[in-house]
Design a protein around this ligand. Structure first.
Ligand code: SAM
Length: 643
């Protein structure tokens, strides 16, 4: 007769297998579209067929598995369903990249994978609750996480209406189709080839956490508990909060100067951040504990080699149970999950654990997609994760002190000062990759265009004076030419959300992209770490706004009125858009967009999957002026120039 533990293990495994199969199966769920909140409930009973007369199920051996189909049956519109393809890359010699960037002139004038929606539960018919509070909380948070992963990166959304496209009218510029986006095509994964397995969802979650608003800062955690009262009332008295937390909201009159509300926001934010940091500490300690457990078993073996391994493990478990104050079953259950944390750490490094977010508990509980291939993909991302974590969250490694790991940062500077390699080779400093063509090469990362004062004095040539119609309007605010809403840098007044990740809303997060080394001779390129919905901005094309440059790659532009032409040069200063390569089947394009009467150029997604290289079509004119072969690898490549 199997023991209760063995029954438990079987229950878990069957539930995992069901969830795994459902996430992989190609099921047409459209026939259940009429259900408002569709779930599929699968029950497995274990019986003894030799005793058919008995309809009794073996005690405790029932697995109930509830799968939420909401996101599967009613996918978000505009989200691509196609899984990314694998792309085989050709090894050819590296091509020297252009000194700057060749870009167009301005005219003068969801993947929703079925597995996303799986919210599985193993429901034992009896027995105590098994999760600690924090892990139960993780379950709840994980449902949030599951929902979040159905969307693209937060803050990214399709633009409203038809934003005018940058057109081509000079030599060496990109091809931009007239009208709106061309028909959606299957996205390609050239970089890390993330597939829609559940572990890949975890990986995308890690990138989202790194590039999102969280702050993993041990100092902030300490400050939170040492600082004492955080809120002072409008009249200097304490309002809404004791040193130990928030009390009932104060009366409406106390909100008059706005402070209590803002202070409460900050307080709540700090506690949320602190709690998130605690969760990271929890998982890294638990992963490290598993290592200690294994080492202790090894020690017992060495000390007493004649005793069986099973007995050594049992002895270690008994000791641990007594120290934790848990039953053998509780500890085994937790250990199974914590072992998952350790496996993720072994593959993706400590950064992958720290930034995995609350959802990691569920991933490790059901281990969906924990196959060798997925783990290898995570392992190949390890250096890239380190670069992103070190450069975006300089203090994150201090958390590792608690487990005796070095708190020293490995990668300093700007995230795009490093070039990562999809095969896991250690990252290289960006400038070193260009020294062979330019021994003095350096590149400064800037967030906004810089106006070349020698060329323009104090004026911004991208600006157009308001039209007569604008001057007679009641509202003093500029109106967006795309959505006809008022634009303002004052977030309370702004109503234009065409590109909210760039203009008019509070989204200071870095775009989840990384400079990577292409494997087929195009030097460096730009990788999407998360999906970008069709129509979402990846970033603004920024560089030095100048004029009169020749024989270097520039974006030529004109203000909306067409009265002034200028060039944007990214040769020495710019942002990640400088590394966008050409493809004859591009997944992004440049669009003109006027913000506060100033012309901007925005790199806009045509539907980019996580793990795909971001590309634009440089245009016929660009290739006509260039003595190079196109290495985009597309079947219908127009500039392969095989002869
Ligand atoms: C804007 S830069 C792009 C970033 C560049 N790959 C780098 O590493 O700096 C443009 C240059 O990249 C290279 N390039 C971009 N797309 C290419 C393609 N499809 N085939 C061959 N070379 C390409 C060419 O050298 C081109 O002049």
């Amino acid at each position: 007769m199997a023991s209760a533990d063995q029954f438990e293990a079987i229950r878990e495994q069957v539930a995992r297998a069901v969830a795994d199969q459902l996430s992989r199966a190609d099921i047409d769920w459209s026939s259940v579209e009429q259900l408002v909140d569709p779930v599929v409930c699968i029950e497995a009973k274990f019986r003894d067929r030799s005793r058919e007369e008995s309809t009794q199920t073996a005690a405790g051996l029932t697995v109930t598995h509830v799968v939420d189909l909401t996101g599967v049956v009613t996918p978000k519109s505009g989200t691509p369903f196609e899984p990314p393809e694998d792309i085989t890359t050709r090894a050819v010699d590296d091509v020297a990249p252009s000194a700057g960037t060749i870009l167009p002139s301005l005219p003068r004038g969801s993947h929703v994978a079925n597995s996303d929606a799986l919210r599985s539960r193993v429901q034992p018919r009896s027995g105590p609750a098994q999760e600690s509070n924090s892990e139960e909380a993780s379950d709840a948070e994980d449902e949030d996480h599951t929902n979040i992963s159905r969307k693209a990166i937060s803050g990214l959304r399709p633009s409203r209406g038809d934003v005018p496209l940058v057109e081509n009218n000079t030599q060496r510029q990109m091809q931009i189709a007239d009208g709106n986006f061309p028909k959606r095509r299957k996205a390609e994964s050239v970089g890390y080839a993330l597939k829609p397995s559940t572990l890949d969802k975890l990986i995308v979650g890690i990138w989202e956490q790194i590039h999102g608003g969280i702050s993993i800062d041990p100092q902030g955690l300490m400050d939170q508990f040492m600082a004492g009262p955080l809120l002072q009332g409008a009249q200097g008295s304490q309002v809404g909060m004791h040193s130990s937390g928030l009390t009932q909201p104060p009366g409406a009159s106390l909100f008059q100067n706005g402070r209590p509300f803002n202070d409460t926001n900050l307080f709540c934010r700090k506690v949320t951040q602190a709690s998130r940091t605690c969760r990271s500490v929890e998982v890294i300690v638990q992963a490290r504990w598993v290592e200690y457990f294994d080492a202790y078993v090894e020690h017992l073996k060495t000390a007493n080699p004649s005793t069986s391994d099973t007995k050594h493990r049992k002895a270690a478990l008994v000791e641990a149970c007594s120290d934790f104050g848990w039953s053998d079953k509780e500890l085994r259950n937790k250990m199974a999950i914590w072992r998952g944390y350790k496996e993720i750490k072994d593959a993706g490094g400590w950064a992958s654990l720290v930034f995995a977010g609350m959802g990691i508990y569920r991933f490790c509980k059901y281990r969906i997609g924990f196959d060798k291939e997925s783990m290898q993909r995570l392992a190949s991302l390890r250096p890239a994760l380190k670069v992103a974590a070190d450069t975006t969250h300089p203090n994150w490694r201090q958390l590792l002190s608690i487990i005796g790991e070095s708190p020293e940062r490995v990668y300093h500077g700007h995230p795009h000062d490093w070039v990562v390699f999809p095969d896991g080779t250690p990252p290289a400093p960006l400038h070193t990759m260009y020294l062979q063509w330019d021994p003095y090469f350096n590149f400064r990362h800037i967030e906004e265009c810089i106006i070349d004062e020698r060329a323009w004095g104090g004026d911004d040539p991208r600006w157009s004076p308001p039209t007569d119609a604008a001057l007679t309007r009641i509202s003093p605010l500029p109106i967006c030419a795309t959505c006809s809403q008022e634009q303002s840098d004052d977030l309370k007044q702004n109503n234009c959300y065409c590109f909210p990740s760039l203009f008019g809303s509070a989204s200071p997060h870095r775009s989840p992209v990384q400079v990577f080394r292409t494997l087929n001779g195009r030097s460096n390129g730009l990788l999407a770490l998360c999906a970008f919905e069709r129509g979402a901005a990846v970033g603004e094309f920024v560089g030095v706004v100048t004029r009169g440059l020749q024989d270097v790659d520039v974006m030529e532009g004109a203000n909306a009125a067409g009265s002034t032409t200028y060039q944007i040069w990214q040769g020495r200063q710019g942002n990640f858009t400088r590394f966008v390569n050409h493809s004859c089947n591009a997944n992004a394009q440049y669009q003109r967009f006027a913000w506060l009467d100033t012309q901007r150029v925005v790199l806009v997604s045509k539907g980019i999957e996580a793990g795909a290289e971001i590309t634009v079509d440089y245009s016929d004119k660009y290739w006509r002026g260039l003595d190079k072969k196109c290495l985009c690898g597309e079947k219908r490549c127009r500039y392969r120039r095989d002869s």
